[in-house]
Design a protein around this ligand. Structure first.
Ligand code: ADE
Ligand code: ZN
Length: 350
């Protein structure tokens, strides 16, 4: 490790800049060795019991199948606490994570006999432990799984409203419909209920091959999102890009998962184009061990290979602060801390 006031290489700078992460899925954070241990403890089958083989797939459908299988290895509230603690510790150690908003899918876990309160309680225990040891903070986004359909989406929002919890700060939507589509419009009722009740909302759209700028527009106009997860396909329509830029829509982008799943290269990545066209974006891990990444690598490899300079990286980190769902006074404190620390790190670049 370099001295704490000595010169820094660019890679050290990228790992050390303070970070807020807005796009990371709880079941997608399970380390393969942890998944295998939990599977053995709880008597659950996995597609492979070899940690080097488990996370292998070459399409989003195959990836989501492994993600579902891994989520079934979590059976006791303590299993949830362990996974939450391990992933937050990893974010702190690899990437100087300060605050994360993390998706969780209640519908994945009901078949294992857990209640909504047990799921949130278990994850919350792990969050508290990580906060006590490292000072990192984390809130949760209850995610509608498209696999479970629009009615389950409404039921999820009803559950969130009926069980208010300090940690749960909004609603998201991930996975694909059984037909393999994003089809954001079919979830309008769930989002209407969330919006009527003042919940924060975001959605995965404009991610997969075949999705279009129209999917992003639907998330903005029909679902009422002011934050979009992924959104790469927006680049197909300059008018929609202009609209998102003017309205300061934030895009939580994920370098490694999109390279892995969609064949983008870091050198010519839509994330870079989105940034150059003035969109407000952040860099995030999505499902870190599932895509052989971590918060540090998203910057040390992703940001560096996408050609982001130190001032761009500072902008990306501050964009994430601006777009997070903390109360304004807490955001302001975070912003001040980030500006001070980023300035100090920048001054040490060789
Ligand atoms: N769930 C976890 N990661 C996802 C992704 N990249 N797209 C859709 N659903 C997901
Ligand atoms: Zn995602």
């Amino acid at each position: 490790m370099p001295m704490d006031d000595g010169p820094l290489t660019y890679a050290e700078f990228l790992a050390r800049v303070p970070k807020v992460e807005l796009h990371c899925h709880f079941p997608g954070t399970v380390f393969p060795a942890t998944a295998i241990e939990l599977a053995e403890k709880n008597g659950v089958e996995l597609p492979s019991m070899d940690p080097d083989e488990l996370y292998r797939y070459d399409s989003i459908t195959d990836f989501l199948a492994v993600l579902q299988a891994v989520s079934k290895t979590l059976v006791e509230p303590d299993d949830f606490a362990r996974v939450a603690y391990e992933t937050l510790a990893d974010g702190v150690h690899t990437g100087n994570l300060r605050y994360r908003e993390m998706f969780f899918n209640p519908d994945y876990h009901y078949p294992q006999g857990l209640s909504y309160d047990e799921i949130v309680g278990g994850i919350g225990d792990g969050i508290r432990r990580a906060h006590g040891e490292f000072g990192v903070r984390c809130n949760l986004i209850a995610a509608i799984s498209r696999f479970h359909g629009p009615e389950a989406g409404v039921a999820l929002v009803e559950t969130v409203l009926a069980h208010p919890h300090d940690l749960v700060v909004g609603i998201g939507m991930d996975d694909l419909t059984p037909e393999g589509k994003e089809a954001p419009e079919i979830f309008v009722d769930a989002y209407a209920l969330a919006n009527e009740n003042g919940l924060n909302v975001t959605a995965h759209v404009g991610e997969i091959d075949g999705s279009t700028p129209r999917d992003v527009l639907i998330a903005l106009d029909v679902l009422g999102c002011d934050r979009i997860d992924h959104g790469y396909r927006i680049l197909g329509d300059p008018e929609v890009v202009r609209r998102a830029r003017d309205e300061r829509v934030h895009f939580t982008t994920c370098p490694h998962s999109s390279v892995w799943l969609y064949g983008f290269t870091f050198e010519e990545h839509p994330i870079r184009q989105m940034f150059l066209q003035g969109l407000r974006i952040s860099l995030n891990t999505d499902d870190p061990p599932f895509f052989a990444t971590d918060l540090g690598k998203e910057f040390v490899i992703g940001a560096a290979q996408m050609g982001f300079a130190p001032e761009h990286v500072a902008q990306l980190c501050l964009n994430a602060v601006d777009a997070c769902w903390l109360p304004e006074p807490e955001k302001e404190r975070l912003r001040e801390d980030f500006c001070r620390e980023i300035d100090a790190l920048t001054a040490r670049l060789t």
